[in-house]
Design a protein around this ligand. Structure first.
Ligand code: GCO
Ligand code: MG
Length: 401
């Protein structure tokens, strides 16, 4: 078998996605992958079309590990979100081809199901505590057993826009700008969870995303003050550059720690895993080189009692979400899956993907990744330049978003 063509489809059904389609010399046999990198879509597309495609034409798509090593090590320049997202898109499409050829779903190739569904959580964000509670109530009604709670920060000079849905397709030249301060944040979040526990009791799992904003001492305080409210985990407390700081924050509290949506390979999280400094690896399958790398990180983590909680935001396409769930069903150390519903228009372009039911995600028993791309529909929604918001402190200085 040979790779005969690699197509990159950039489409914006409500938000931008970069999709990969690898064609083979076997009639009708192709694979689809997700190579979306929010706000950097065109860089990934160029990497695939101009740099990787010429290297892969004529190669055997069955040799996934060799292709992975060839792109990662063989081309000398390695790592970083752009290259690893490009590699992920190709890797997922190759697993799709392997599954279709074998007549087996990808989870079966990964060792087979060890659970019938993946426990998932969704987002409950609101301008104030009542709005967050209303959203949680609605999500409980939809069957969710776990939710991530975020609240806007108001007062103390803040406009209340942090933590809320942003408009990534805003019309201005520059990305939307938000304002954030550590003091109000650290004072508000423990109160939010005190309020939510008083309202909902302990039957619902609650999570919170600190979005890489805290310093070690701030993270330590947050983990400690959140301890009475028994979070499922606190996500991304520190910036990804400061891995050694996890040694400092670990001892403060028994609040479980998840980390990793800015990681781009196993080497980024190795120390955190082997020193048991985190409880959940929260990397993004579509940004760390795909299923091949995610399966290895899961295996390393299993040996150290660390579980997996792959990122699943709306900027991951249904193909990326499907890759998450294939892994979730097959790995022994699955923790939880982030899940967000795409707008209906996305289904016009990408079919298939995980099925949500009563708080769990599952997949149909069909060969490959289980998704397809409607290229005609994709053309109806051309790429629109869009960025994530940025963030500043009240004094005007740059803050991590
Ligand atoms: C999450 C995230 C997202 C990211 C987004 C960046 O936990 O789902 O933090 O909201 O900010 O995926 O592209
Ligand atoms: Mg996050």
């Amino acid at each position: 078998m040979k790779i005969t063509d690699i197509k990159v489809i950039i489409t914006c059904p409500g938000r931008n996605f970069v999709l990969v389609k690898i064609l083979t010399d076997e009639p009708g046999l192709y694979g689809v992958g997700d190579a979306t990198l929010n706000g950097r879509e065109l860089s990934v597309a160029t990497t695939i079309t101009d740099h990787l495609k010429p290297l892969l034409l004529g190669k055997d798509p069955d040799q996934i590990e060799d292709i992975w090593q060839y792109i990662y090590r063989g081309t000398y320049w390695r790592g970083g979100p752009v290259l690893m997202t490009a590699l992920a898109g190709i890797d997922i499409a190759l697993w799709d081809i392997k599954g279709k050829k074998a007549g087996l779903p990808v989870y079966s190739l990964l060792g087979g199901k060890c659970r019938h569904g993946a426990l998932c959580y969704t987002h409950s964000s609101g301008e104030d505590f009542e709005a967050v509670a209303d959203s949680i109530r609605r999500n409980i009604e939809r069957g969710f057993k776990a939710v991530r709670a975020q609240v806007g920060l108001k007062g103390e000079g803040l406009k209340g826009n942090y933590g809320l849905r942003y408009s990534h397709l805003n019309k201005s030249t520059y990305p939307e700008e938000q304002v954030w301060e550590p003091g109000p944040y650290l004072r508000t979040i423990p109160k939010l969870f005190e309020y939510l526990r008083a309202k909902f009791g302990e039957d619902i799992e609650l999570l919170h995303d600190a979005h890489e904003r805290c310093t070690p001492i701030e993270a330590g305080r947050l983990l400690k003050e959140l301890e009475p409210y028994k979070l499922f985990y606190l996500e991304d407390p520190l910036r990804p550059e400061h891995k050694e700081s996890f040694r400092r924050i670990r001892g403060y509290s028994t609040t479980p720690i998840a980390m990793g949506e800015l990681f781009t390979s196993k080497w980024d999280c190795l120390t955190l895993i082997t020193e048991q400094l985190i409880d959940y690896v929260r990397c993004t399958v579509t940004h760390i080189g795909g299923i091949t790398e995610a399966k290895k990180i899961s295996a390393i983590s299993e040996a150290f009692h660390v579980k997996m909680a792959f990122q699943g935001p709306p900027d991951v396409s249904p193909i990326g979400h499907a890759a998450n769930v294939h892994l979730n069903l097959a790995i022994p150390n699955f923790g939880i899956q982030e899940w967000t519903f795409h707008e209906e228009v996305v289904r016009e372009v990408i079919t298939g993907g995980p099925i949500y039911e009563d708080g769990y995600l599952s997949l149909l028993d069909i060969p490959g990744i289980g998704c397809d791309i409607n290229e005609e529909a994709a053309e109806k929604y051309p790429y629109k330049r869009a960025y994530l918001p940025t963030c500043r402190r009240l004094d005007g200085s740059v803050q991590d978003w």
